[in-house]
Design a protein around this ligand. Structure first.
Ligand code: GLA
Length: 394
């Protein structure tokens, strides 16, 4: 079930009879640069108009309580006690990791919290990063800790690594926190230097097509990919001691030592090295307004993710195949961690309806499943929702 800021606010007032601070934390898309962030490469994400919404206020009874609208469940905790991951309910761990880190910046006041959102879970739109980022931002505000946004990004990522157990890169949390409406971010994941580019599509739109599948073992496969890249780097370091990550490697260096890699390591590294270069040249395409060239690179990324990095699945490949055969689609690829979730498609405006119909029909007839379709707008990063904004939504 989907929840909007007003649902969260209403529920908060009903449960706690107080006026909350309301925070909106968006999900994200990524135009290009997949599985490059934890290899010190480049990514091109943007926040979207789907999010997680938090309502918070200091607890007058001194008891901290967090209520998840999605799970219809309350979790109570003692902020002064030891903060460690819990087995049940697992949704709490995203938040506990944030509390663990924020406590190192000052004492946290007991609080009440209600949260919920409308990001489809498991669709590659980073609902988890939005939960971590929104909560970190809200507690920072409530306790006047004055932690800057970039530091909050790292706190959110720390929570995912240490309390959730996914060794993710920095992209999702960065996009949720730092995005700018109507723009994409070009982020250097090594230095965290970033710039915004206006994203004007004029005759095209972004359409996300959700396979609505999430295959098992996703998190452990994600961590395995990361390890394979790290092993590849370790092998290359014997020959090139200056190499710190795949960012420092080019295709020739890899090919010179192809025989020394084990298992799938070579393919994994090859994909990443190609993708890091591809993002840089896609950035030039964008600057030159050459959407056709940009779209072609999206298809290339998909091929790499599917064949070399092997994080796609039958359903995602099926979607990209349909897109590639459709004259109205100039670029498409799977997006996010993979093994299910969405494809991102660059579609000519006049072809959108027809493309969506063709895709949903063939998915239904070939897989017996209903595709999710989201047309997204690019939004600001985490922000406070004012009463005025709420009235506009109502
Ligand atoms: C997930 C991770 C990100 C990134 C993408 C793949 O979304 O959280 O850090 O690695 O997968 O690009």
């Amino acid at each position: 079930m989907d929840f909007l800021p007003q649902d969260v606010a209403v529920k908060f007032r009903e449960r706690f009879s107080a006026e909350p601070l309301l925070v909106r934390a968006p999900g994200r898309i990524n135009l290009i640069g997949e599985h490059t962030d934890y290899n010190d490469g480049f990514v091109m994400p943007a926040a979207i108009d789907y999010g997680t919404y938090f309502a918070l206020a200091p607890a007058t009874d001194g008891v901290t309580e967090i209520f998840s609208l999605k799970f219809n469940e309350t979790f109570g905790l003692d902020l002064d006690g030891e903060i460690i991951p819990v087995k049940n309910p697992s949704w709490v761990n995203y938040l506990l990791g944030v509390i663990h880190q924020l406590k190192q910046h000052g004492r946290l006041k007991p609080f009440k919290c209600v949260f919920g959102g409308n990001i489809p879970i498991g669709s590659g739109l980073s609902s988890s990063a939005s939960v971590e980022c929104g909560f970190a931002f809200a507690l920072n505000e409530l306790n006047k800790l004055n932690i800057d946004r970039q530091k909050l990004v790292l706190i959110a990522q720390w929570s995912e690594h240490n309390f959730v157990g996914v060794k993710c890169g920095i992209m999702d949390q960065f996009a949720s926190m730092m995005s700018k409406k109507g723009h994409v971010i070009l982020l250097d994941c090594r230095s965290l230097a970033y710039s915004y580019s206006p994203f004007q599509l004029s005759e095209h739109s972004l359409v996300l097509c959700d396979t609505r599948v999430k295959h098992a073992l996703v998190d452990s496969d994600y961590n395995t990919r990361r390890q394979e890249c790290e092993r590849g780097v370790a092998r290359l370091q014997k020959h090139y001691p200056e190499v710190r990550s795949l960012r420092d490697v080019d295709e020739q260096m890899l090919r010179n030592h192809e025989g020394e890699f084990e298992g799938k390591e070579f393919n994994r590294c090859l994909y990443v090295v190609q993708e890091i270069a591809r993002v840089q040249s896609a950035n030039h395409d964008l600057k030159n307004n050459n959407l056709a060239a940009f779209g072609k690179k999206m298809f290339e990324t998909h091929r790499g993710l599917s064949e070399l990095y092997q994080v796609s699945c039958e359903e995602l490949d099926f979607f990209v195949d349909i897109a590639q055969k459709h004259t109205g689609v100039i670029g498409a690829r799977m997006m996010g961690g993979g093994f299910g979730g969405c494809t991102i498609n660059l579609v000519r405006n006049e072809a959108i309806d027809e493309f969506i119909t063709a895709l949903t029909k063939s998915y239904q007839s070939s897989f017996g499943k209903e595709a999710g379709i989201y047309r997204v707008a690019l939004e600001n990063g985490v922000s406070i929702v004012r009463e005025h904004d709420l009235n506009m939504i109502l």
